[in-house]
Design a protein around this ligand. Sequence first.
Ligand code: AHG
Ligand code: MN
Ligand code: MN
Length: 314
Amino acid sequence: MPVTLNSIAQQGENGKAMMPIMQGVGRAATEIAYLLRGAVFRGALGAAGGENVQGEQQQKLDVLSDEIFLSEMRSTGFVCAVGSEEQEDLQVIEEYADADFLVLVDPLDGSSNLDVDGPVGTIFSVVRRKTLKDQRPTEADTLQAGRNVIAAGYVLYGPATMLVCSVGQGVHGFTYNPNSARFELSHPDMRIPEKGGYYSVNEANADKWLDQLAEKFAHMKRETGLGMRYVGSMVADMHRTLLKGGVFLYPADWKNPNGKLRLLYEAIPMGFLVEQAGGKAMSRGCSVLDIEPEGLHQRVPVYLGSSSAVDMLV
Ligand code: AHG
Ligand code: MN
Ligand code: MN
């Protein structure tokens, strides 16, 4: 009998709520995968015409994926609000404003790959509210260090659609089975290899890096002999890093002193998974999970991967 999402979601003391939430993520993933497959025929590729709070051009599929994800979180009945890359402010789910959990989400990660049919993903994390149930959830409820994360994961829209997640008891990979129309466990207890794999960084920015990173990076390449892979979608680059080992980094530079990736819905969920898989997740000399967030869309530099490779860079 295949192992399904529920078997993982029900682990730990929050299982009763994590099951519907994980199922909701699974439904959103299935809908977004279907949307992506036929997007070109629906005129859904290309820019939406607006910018998100990051000042980045929103793709139509960013907006549509965000709508799908919010709708599926609403349908769980256990989520009081969603903080999304695509929404400047916290999206309170009015019908369930007294629910216990909030979800942070990057609905579509790696959007620059869409018009070249490259891999993209969805990244999410779940936290328990800090405000009392009879109060209205606020952005402050999302500003929690990664140590407080209840569950986190990502969906990878590749040749197969995978959902990789953790509720704090290891990292488990599920693959969507078109025959049974559900996610089934395909990669139990994923552990990041300590040796081997690839380094993964946009080296076009190397001339702008700070703090002797260029020297450390050259040393790491010499010492490890790692190959290089860079897809330009954090989900795709991190999935390979978890499976093969190595290091993914998006450093700060003089043009982007906080780097590019967002703490709450990219760095923390990925850092949670990396540490659960036995790797290291660093930013500015400490674990990503120990950073106290100051804003919903705050950016941080990240170094994620096999401990030995990360240690050479931070
Ligand atoms: P998003 O599409 O959600 O904005 O994320 C894109 C991010 C991340 O997926 C990837 O690692 C990084 O942007 C790539 O940035 P560069 O194109 O600057 O290398
Ligand atoms: Mn992203
Ligand atoms: Mn995105």
